[in-house]
Design a binder for this molecule. Structure first.
Ligand code: HAM
Length: 433
């Protein structure tokens, strides 16, 4: 029988079996972001289409090919958010956050939407965790951002990453660089794909973003001479900024490498741009990236306000963490209550009291003890609390440690101590209110 409905192409259900890993990754991220003193911000999943068109770039892939754009019943031109930075800046302006503090450190986590061709590590709905510092142009902010970026990966178990970094200078620098790129590629014009030829007109830097193996070969083979480098055309201030960022990273011992071909896929970047990749992911190898966007808030009609930030793709992080065995399956801490015919009625009340503190499950269908024991095993519980008829009359229960295979009889008023010893280790008392 064919199913009538499946999750839309490029989207996934995150089922209970894998949700533990996601919660683990999210919790580690929150801890790190909290220790860095960043505040969470939550913005809508959809915004005016124009917000993204204006910031990501009219000719970027994200806007021209990947946008979930729609009209609502009130004929508004909206889009599911492809990324978070534009929304954060919009909220920053809309709520005049600049009046509350000069510098804001913000983070967000949630689904983003891009209509790309689905493949390993690329989805149409995917999750990002991101952070932004708005309100300072100091290179120290870029360094803090990259340190936070690296420390998030570190908290997930990725200890060996190298940050690829480049400077994209100012819009003027990029204009000059675009001219150099055009000149460099002119002799090979006929060998470029139609896509790249078109990009050479509309957005020349994006040509370097090609995934086409023939083109990548062409760029690398040396026949065209050395590829022009952005840092050759950097203005003095951008150059000094870049040097300060590199020195800051070196001082912190953060492994980094200048990547002269790094241009990023969104158009709002100025000066610093960075990414980390894991090549074993294949074509979609970027685990995260970011950079400075000193012109973005002004482009939204606000006062000139610098910003720097990054986003990390959680789907890719989880994929890699699982492949590398980083994401642990959470330890079993639950209790399964098993009752006899004579004690069954006591279970809901006992369970409800214990659920103030512990994770508790029990059988809802009045099944035989054997079936309940099997269910307890399957549930992944750490302990079984068996309400035997005689024990119950004496005010006792039997506590079975499913991991150690041991059991003990415990008086009802000693249950909490016994459970704490079993589940948490000695000496950590808990009070049930
Ligand atoms: P981005 O490089 O477009 O940057 O995306 C960041 C990360 O999101 C990527 O490195 C990747 O891990 C993940 N990602 C992107 N598209 C997909 C997809 N289709 N499926 C799965 N994962 C994906 C931004 O979004 C900027 N907002 C980063 C930023 C913040 N720049 C400054 N502040």
């Amino acid at each position: 029988m064919g199913l009538k409905h499946q999750a839309p192409r490029g989207t996934r259900d995150l089922l209970p079996a894998e949700i533990g890993r996601w919660q683990w990754a999210e919790a580690r991220a929150r801890e790190v972001l909290d220790r860095y003193g960043y505040a969470e911000i939550r913005t809508p999943l959809f915004e005016d289409f124009e917000l993204f068109a204006r910031t990501s770039g009219e000719s970027s892939d994200v806007v021209t090919k990947e946008m979930y754009r729609f009209k609502d019943l009130g004929d508004r031109d909206l889009a599911l958010r492809p990324e978070g930075t534009a929304s954060v800046c919009r909220a920053y302006l809309q709520h005049s956050l600049s009046q509350q503090a000069r510098i804001h450190r913000l983070w967000y986590m949630g689904p983003m939407f891009r209509y790309g061709r689905p493949q390993k590590g690329r989805y149409r709905q995917f999750w990002q965790v991101g952070a932004e510092i708005i309100g300072t142009a100091a290179p120290g902010a870029d360094v803090e951002m990259i340190a936070l970026f690296v420390d998030l990966f570190d908290a997930w178990g990725f200890k060996d990453l190298t940050v690829a970094i480049n400077s994209l200078g100012t819009p003027e620098t990029r204009g000059q660089y675009a001219e150099r790129l055009r000149a460099w590629l002119a002799p090979a014009h006929d060998r470029l794909s139609a896509d790249s030829r078109q990009r050479l007109e509309s957005n020349p830097l994006r040509v370097l973003d090609t995934k086409d193996p023939d083109e990548l070969g062409l760029f690398a083979e040396g026949g065209l001479g050395p590829m022009p480098r952005m840092i050759e055309v950097l203005d003095a201030e951008s150059r000094a900024h870049f040097d300060a960022v590199l020195a800051g990273l070196t001082a912190l011992g953060i492994a980094h490498e200048i990547d002269h071909g790094l241009v990023r896929g969104l158009d709002y970047y100025t000066r610093t741009a960075f990414e980390v990749h894991d090549r074993s992911l294949g074509a979609q190898s970027a685990l995260g990236g970011g950079g400075r966007y000193d012109g973005l808030i002004e482009a939204l009609g606000g006062p000139s306000t610098p910003g720097v930030g990054f986003s990390i793709g959680l789907d890719r992080v989880l994929l890699m963490a699982e492949e590398r065995g980083f994401a642990p399956v959470p330890a079993a801490t639950g209790i399964y209550i098993v009752a006899m015919e004579a004690t069954r009625l006591a279970v809901p009340m006992l369970a409800r009291a214990l659920r103030q503190v512990y994770t508790v499950e029990y059988d809802l269908e009045g099944r035989a003890v054997n079936a309940q024991m099997k269910a307890a095993d399957k549930s992944g519980a750490r302990a079984v609390m068996l309400l035997g008829e005689e024990e119950w009359q004496r005010g006792e229960v039997v506590l079975k440690d499913l991991r150690a295979g041991t059991q003990q009889t415990v008086p009802l008023d000693g249950i909490v101590d016994a459970l704490d010893t079993l589940l948490l280790g000695e000496g950590q008392g808990t009070e049930i209110p």
